[in-house]
Design a protein around this ligand. Structure first.
Ligand SMILES: C[S@@+](CC[C@H](N)C(=O)[O-])C[C@H]1O[C@@H](n2cnc3c(N)ncnc32)[C@H](O)[C@@H]1O
Length: 214
């Protein structure tokens, strides 16, 4: 038995309702910090006291693509003090590679199991699950432009990598980077979301795609 008022209430079919629910679930994912948005560069604000200067979207994308190409299908990538590259890799290449973020800033612990707390002052103080030479490529951007910081970070890089190294640091560090890691400067110039006083460069110890074009 239906009352007369029911005819005035618009009814949605179960199919339409399901589609609507799917739409709202997807909308939530885009605004929910636990959804895909959590991999956006900038979701964690720069803290200059930690020497945090995020790459531009284009640079993070280019470095992430280079890391994937170098690591190969199913490869393992370590991002050492380079959270934007980690974020880009997780946002775009989830199925193709495994990625870990080695970071001092515990706000990045929001990435769960893939976050490894790392302080360059204790280069080999890493959890047991991080075994020697277990990454196809290490992408690193040490926090300070000093010989000491690069030397200590290099210890971590050499411990982690199976061979390939992609380093981003100041142009002034070229000679020391060559001595410590056997890397040479690439043609590609990394850019940041803000203009920095120091010039930055990328360095690699293999024939990288960063030598082609700009
Ligand atoms: C120059 S920024 C490089 C960030 C890179 N441009 C990016 O966008 O991913 C240096 C990084 O080192 C991290 N850092 C700061 N202090 C550190 C420490 N004691 N040990 C290791 N990493 C540290 C910062 O949190 C930051 O992510």
């Amino acid at each position: 038995m239906s009352d007369a008022g029911d005819d005035d209430i618009p009814q949605l079919s179960s199919h339409t309702l399901a589609a609507l629910q799917e739409f709202y679930a997807e909308q939530n994912q885009h605004t929910d910090p636990c959804g895909e948005d959590k991999y956006n560069i900038g979701i964690i604000e720069e803290n200059w006291q930690l020497s945090q200067f995020w790459y531009s979207q284009e640079t993070a994308l280019r470095l992430a693509q280079e890391a994937v190409d170098a690591a190969g299908e199913g490869g393992r990538i370590a991002c050492v003090s380079a959270p934007s590259v980690y974020q880009k890799l997780r946002a775009l290449h989830r199925e193709h590679v495994s990625v870990y973020i080695f970071e001092f800033d515990k706000r990045f612990a929001m990435y769960g199991e893939e976050f490894i707390f790392y302080d360059y002052n204790h280069p080999l103080d890493l959890p047991e699950k991080v075994t020697a030479h277990s990454f196809d490529i290490v992408v690193a951007d040490p926090p300070y432009l000093s010989e000491e910081c690069l030397r200590k970070t290099s210890k971590t890089i050499k411990y982690l990598t199976r061979g390939k190294i992609l380093l981003c640091t100041g142009a002034t560090m070229e000679e020391q980077a060559a001595q410590l890691l056997g890397v040479r400067v690439c043609r590609f110039i990394p850019e940041h979301t803000r203009n920095l006083a120091n010039e930055f460069r990328c360095y690699a110890n293999y024939d990288s795609g960063l030598d082609c074009g700009t």
